[in-house]
Ligand binder design. Structure first.
Ligand code: HEM
Length: 239
């Protein structure tokens, strides 16, 4: 049985992806404008999300529908800790906290883990496929804007156990397509992925005010006043 879940997820989240690309913080990032304190805050929020998501996935790793999509090499928690130590030092935990939108995102992940764990797949897809795609560009942008060496401070984007990202994404999509889920469950997973995109947008929006403080309203406006076409809506996007 083929659920075509990867295809459903891609087409079902294209619009959300375009919207996510058009959040101020993200648009500035793409244009090479990254503020160190703001980026560190972003990683702190991501830590809250990934620690929750990865604990939940591990708890349910033997679930018949999660097991085929459970890949330890995706885990980001340890890499995020390395980055947070880099920015904040050994006591990084005293310096990070979930922004209001991040907290809502984290609460949602916990709720689906407790009630309908298969929906965790919508969250895993949105984050990990994104990290393996556009995320790779963000690593280069952050490294150059913040004058960082190698993956110091950007190890979040470094998948040391996934040397061939395109091959891995193929494997992940094949596993999604082969997942024996019925249409109703597939639709629910796509809906959850869309919600995950929204949470990610809100989380990025929480950072806008810090970025504006750092770079000034005028530059922020000039970098964010045009609509960017969606990377996953283009006719030819696979790489
Ligand atoms: C400016 C920001 C972004 C850019 C330039 C970008 C770019 C891309 C590109 C080029 C792909 C296609 C890769 C491929 O087919 O192999 C992609 C896929 C993807 N991105 Fe993004 N992305 C951005 C932001 C985001 C954000 C914020 C998220 C979610 C948090 C996200 C999630 C995804 C996902 C889930 C896919 C996989 C689509 C599929 O099913 O094939 N992206 N991105």
């Amino acid at each position: 049985m083929s659920s075509n879940l990867a295809i459903k997820l891609r087409t079902g989240t294209q619009k959300a992806h375009t919207a996510a690309e058009n959040v101020g913080f993200t648009k500035c990032f793409v244009k090479g404008v990254v503020d160190r304190a703001c980026f560190a805050k972003f990683l702190g929020n991501l830590y809250c999300v990934y620690s929750t998501l990865e604990n939940a996935l591990q708890t349910h790793s033997e679930h018949p529908l999660i097991k085929p999509l459970y890949f330890k090499q995706l885990n980001r928690q340890a890499n995020l800790i390395q980055d947070l130590e880099f920015y904040y030092g050994k006591n990084w935990q005293n310096f990070i906290s979930a922004s209001p939108a991040t907290q809502i995102y984290v609460d949602r992940v916990k709720a689906v883990a407790a009630t309908e764990p298969v929906l965790l797949l919508g969250h895993a897809y949105t984050r990990y496929m994104g990290d393996l795609s556009g995320g790779q560009m963000f690593q280069k942008l952050a490294q150059s804007a913040l004058k960082l060496v190698d993956y110091q401070g950007t190890s979040f984007y470094y998948f040391e156990h996934i040397p061939d990202k395109a091959a891995f994404k193929d494997q992940y999509r094949k596993a999604l397509n082969a997942l024996p889920v019925d249409d109703i469950t597939a639709d629910k997973i796509v809906k959850e992925a869309n919600d995950s995109f929204q949470f990610n947008m809100m989380m990025a929006k929480d950072l806008d005010s810090y970025l504006i403080q750092a770079i000034g309203q005028e530059l922020f406006n000039s970098l964010t006043n045009t609509q960017t076409p969606g990377s996953t809506e283009l006719a030819h996007h696979s790489k």
